[in-house]
Design a protein around this ligand. Structure first.
Ligand SMILES: [Fe+2]
Length: 311
């Protein structure tokens, strides 16, 4: 696996590398800083005088879940968040005419067992491609506050080449939107929603834990196996992630290899054009549809989405 640091290669070449399992790390850029500041402002507004990284010390998990269920959608759909992502993509060499992104998610990982389900789901090892993401999807990840190796995200490179028995065949994105997503905040102690999980022991090591400062970020393919590192610190981790697809790759079905994903449905209806926020051309989306979008009703770009869990 190759790790590129502040690489200036073209986005076309970068995507080729990402589809081969490479990771791209980028130092802080102006718009990523702005996005993190927006997130910090909204977080501070939500928790009042409390230190947002220590709310678990003085607030019930139920109350935190309630606050997050308002905070997260507010961030996800904030017009400034889209503007900063557009700026960030430009700064990092993406062609906005052909790059499509989905709205950014805010994630939280609380220490210990405080709140690990529903709105603050602690992700088991998974590939986003088990969750109906296309193989050309690229994930972008950044911390909102400083992180440490005990409080971050991990990538498990062994499984780039090695298939993992998993439950993705039982997952359909359209069904998930219809039945599960709206209820994320209700799952405080346990999460009963069916998600594609590994169905054999996972060898988590070797693993990469990329530790960077707020404003810095990294990109990886949606086909990489990744997970939430159990937070053994006393500080809550807040992070942002979003995904992109490039129109050329969508048309040509270029992307990472599929070694073990068997889900149905597609997230292709979610991505917004980098220039005008329009969706992908219907004909392009149709290449990825399998009929299940009609069965469950497509919820593409549904403004009601709260995205408690979308991998
Ligand atoms: Fe994920």
């Amino acid at each position: 696996m190759n790790i590129f640091i502040d690489s200036k290669i073209s986005d076309d070449d970068r995507r080729k590398e990402l589809y081969r399992g490479s990771i791209f790390f980028h130092r802080s850029c102006v718009n990523a800083e702005k996005l993190c500041q927006l997130a910090r402002d909204l977080i501070a507004e939500s928790f009042g005088s409390l230190d947002p990284r220590k709310v678990q010390e003085s607030m019930s998990a139920e109350k935190s879940a309630e606050i997050l269920s308002v905070l997260k959608p507010k961030f996800i759909h904030h017009p400034k968040a889209k503007e900063y992502i557009q700026g960030m993509l430009t700064e990092l060499g993406c062609d906005l005419q052909k790059t499509y992104f989905d709205v950014p998610r805010m994630r939280t990982a609380f220490p210990g067992d405080y709140l690990k389900s529903g709105i603050a789901y602690a992700f088991h090892p998974h590939r986003d491609t088990w969750y109906s993401a296309p193989f050309c999807q690229i994930n972008w990840w950044m911390p909102i506050y400083p992180i440490s190796p005990e409080n971050c995200m991990a990538i498990h490179p062994r499984y780039w080449y090695q298939p993992l028995r998993n439950g993705s065949s039982g997952y359909n994105y359209h069904q998930w939107n219809l039945e599960s997503r709206q209820n994320a905040a209700q799952h405080v102690k346990t999460d009963t929603r069916i998600q594609p999980k590994p169905e054999e022991p996972v060898e988590l090591d070797p693993q990469f834990r990329l530790i960077c400062e707020p404003g810095a970020l990294y990109q990886f393919s949606a086909a990489q196996l990744h997970s939430t590192v159990p937070n053994s610190t006393d500080l809550t981790r807040y992070s942002i992630d979003f995904r992109t697809v490039h129109l050329d790759d969508v048309w040509t079905r270029t992307g990472a290899p599929n070694i073990d994903s068997a889900c149905t449905g597609t997230t292709m209806g979610d991505y917004l054009n980098g220039m005008d926020l329009s969706g992908l051309p219907a004909e392009a989306i149709a290449l990825y549809q399998d009929g299940t979008e009609c069965q469950y009703g497509s919820s593409a770009n549904d403004p009601k989405k709260v995205a408690g869990v979308r991998n």
